[in-house]
Write a protein that binds this ligand. Structure first.
Ligand SMILES: [Zn+2]
Length: 300
């Protein structure tokens, strides 16, 4: 029996990329420099050394190093505890001319758990790299609290800066047994995905979903239902996946954002998820894939 995506149960969503981080983030250790030093000296402590922001890879996944790899001047990021064993990370410059790892390739190289831990390390180390100076006065900053704070070193200022997460709404717009998907020019050929956009200050998630859909496709939306979220560490987004109810159906494309927007019916979406539809679905790494799949499962 077809279920209403706004009132029926949402099918459980599993296998979303970057959501498998099992570490205990151990906030209590961050507060105390002595405990942090003890953790770094723990015999089972290990270190992830990113090259640029790429993960260090061994034959079968992430390559964890002994703590001796860290130099005296390195700012260590405490990722957390893995069954009591401390896990740290730091970033080193990548080799000259080295191109960053392709995202799709990355998905095949790391397990769900490893991808989740890497997402935390990548977002945090990227933030450190971009916040070497105080946004208030311009003086250098230094890391504290295991890497979860940067403090301005100027005695006149001393401002505290915290790592940021940038919320992005991503929504499957639904009109009965059709849904709205769009493509950007840079997408692979025939690929269509859910519309998405950053939340703006002073906006609710629901406001942002309705505004983005109106801006990008000219469609008015009513009900908005939260479905699932996903960290997206490029560099520090949180994808907030929603269903949105369409109240109008004539599409007006914002061509500065999107190359095409179309309604696709349930049959087309089901075939696309099975790999032989009229369009190509976002890969299972991405929440757009899971929103579409959840909706198709609800309607069947
Ligand atoms: Zn300052």
């Amino acid at each position: 029996m077809a279920l209403d995506p706004f009132t029926g149960p949402v099918p459980p969503i599993a296998g979303l990329g970057f959501t498998g981080n099992p570490l205990d983030r151990a906030d209590r250790l961050r507060q105390d420099p002595a405990l942090l030093a003890q953790s770094a000296a723990h015999p089972e402590a290990r270190l992830m050394v990113l090259a640029g922001l790429d993960p260090p890879l061994a034959r079968d996944g992430l390559d964890w190093q002994p703590m001796a790899e860290a130099g005296a001047g390195d700012e260590l990021l405490l990722l957390g505890l893995d069954a009591g064993a401390p896990r740290f990370a730091l970033a080193r410059p990548s080799a000259p001319g080295q191109r960053p790892l392709d995202l799709r390739k990355l998905a095949g190289l790391l397990s769900e758990v490893e991808a989740g831990i890497y997402a935390q390390a990548r977002s945090m180390l990227g933030w450190h790299d971009r916040h070497r100076h105080c946004a208030v006065c311009g003086a250098p900053t230094r890391a504290e609290k295991g890497g979860y704070l940067r403090r301005c070193t100027s005695g006149m200022c001393g401002a505290e800066h915290f790592p940021r997460t940038d919320p992005v709404t991503i929504m499957l717009v639904i009109d009965g047994d059709r849904c709205l998907l769009g493509r950007k020019k840079e997408f692979p050929r025939r690929s269509y995905s859910a519309l998405a956009g950053f939340l703006e200050p002073g906006e609710t998630i629901e406001d942002a979903v309705r505004r983005e859909v109106m801006e990008e496709a000219g469609i008015r939306c009513g009900q908005v239902r939260y479905v699932a979220s996903q960290p997206w560490p490029f560099p520090s987004s949180l994808m907030i996946g929603c269903f949105a109810e369409a109240l109008s159906d004539a599409i007006t494309i914002d061509s500065s954002e999107l190359e095409d927007v179309q309604w696709f019916d349930l049959d087309a979406c089901e075939a696309a998820l099975a790999g032989h539809g009229p369009f190509v679905v976002a890969p299972p790494l991405a929440i757009a894939h899971h929103l579409l799949k959840a909706w198709v499962e609800l309607r069947r």
